[in-house]
Design a binder for this molecule. Structure first.
Ligand code: TXA
Ligand code: MG
Length: 319
């Protein structure tokens, strides 16, 4: 398949292709998404095939206005005030809300669940594309399943050239970390995935938000969590706070075995967050065998970064 490259000024054809069930990769403020018509199950199937994504891992549906929710999801009466508060503060933006889905959303989009994840992304051109397409748009991160998300055009091109109808060449993602995902369909609001908006800020609006702790909560509320994620080809060793002093011993040891080793010592957390996926992808292109990464403290976006790093790691060294 010939993959067309569109500029940000030339999105009309891309919008038409989405309506016709084709896949288009598009930048958002968090990461690039792989977008398709969310009302069509065949379009959704194409996403799973192109990414090699397990079919029980649901997709986020992107909309342009709060009022677009009504056609595709129900707002539980006892949650309306909370949902409106979150939307007023954080939409458009890197927040995804999970609500009970309506029938128009195919089960292939929701990974077989009776809920749907919704987000209004924060960029004028992204929103223009959604309005032009005139349909809600299903869009997971634009990466081969299990690999780091794409934050630059070159990342998407690497993963999907020849496999999808088009890629919009846009900006490098502003956050570089995916949206925060809150499940609003259960009794209490549950943060399923820490993301670009940190928990402290979310709790300023809704103090009752709890954190999903894998293994602790009995139901598998976050299907995406059971899969390997964000992993580069190189083996990642993550050194937690108390173990940083032994990182250099690991370096010596691996180098004496002839391995190509990269040491990553993050300094500025938000800068590191923005470039994390690029660093992981670049390490593959440069054929590193081993990445030794020192943990960041879990404040602000540090929590989302550590969530990604723990999933990317083959080994976590804690002391
Ligand atoms: O920033 C983002 O959220 C990006 C951009 C493109 O919008 N999208 C993104 O999508 O990160 P994806 O598919 O890579 O991650 C979506 C996460 C997955 O962990 C998935 O399991 C979870 O959201 N999710 C989606 N729908 C869900 C649902 N109904 N119930 C529980 N989890 C859901
Ligand atoms: Mg993803």
């Amino acid at each position: 398949m010939l993959t067309k490259i569109f500029s940000l000024q030339n999105i009309d054809e891309a919008a038409e292709l989405i309506v016709k069930w084709e896949l288009i990769a598009f930048p958002t403020e968090t990461v690039y998404g792989l977008w398709a018509n969310a009302l069509d199950s065949q379009a959704a199937e194409k996403i799973y095939t192109a990414k090699g994504r397990p079919s029980d891992n649901p997709l986020i549906v992107h909309i342009a206005h709060f009022r677009d929710i009504d056609a595709i999801a129900s707002i539980p009466a006892d949650k309306r005030a909370s949902i409106e508060k979150l939307a007023t503060r954080f939409w458009p933006g890197p927040l995804t809300l999970i609500l009970p889905k309506k029938e128009v959303i195919p089960l292939s989009v929701s990974g077989g669940l009776d809920t749907v994840a919704l987000r209004i992304p924060n960029h004028q051109t992204t929103l223009k594309l959604i309005r032009k397409a005139g349909v809600p748009i299903a869009g997971p991160s634009a990466n081969i399943s299990g690999k780091p998300s794409s934050t630059r055009f070159s990342h998407v091109f690497h993963d999907f050239d020849g496999k999808i109808a088009g890629i919009i060449r846009g900006w490098s993602a502003e956050f570089g970390i995916e949206s925060s995902v809150i499940d609003m369909s259960g009794e209490i609001p549950l943060l399923l995935r820490p993301g670009a908006i940190n928990l402290e800020t979310l709790r300023e609006v809704l103090p009752e938000i709890s954190e999903y702790i894998p293994g602790k909560n009995t139901i598998a509320r976050a299907p995406g969590m059971k899969y390997t994620h964000y992993a580069p080809k190189a083996k990642v060793y993550l050194f937690e706070e108390g173990a940083k002093h032994i990182l250099w011993k690991y370096k010596e040891n691996f180098e004496s075995q002839g391995k190509k080793v990269r040491v990553i010592l993050p300094e500025n957390i938000s800068h590191f967050g923005k470039h994390l996926f690029h660093i992981l992808r670049e390490s593959d292109l440069k054929n590193y065998d081993i990445l030794l990464i020192s943990a960041v403290s879990e404040v602000w976006v540090g929590k989302a970064i550590m969530n990604r790093l723990r999933k990317a790691a083959s080994e976590i060294i804690s002391s």
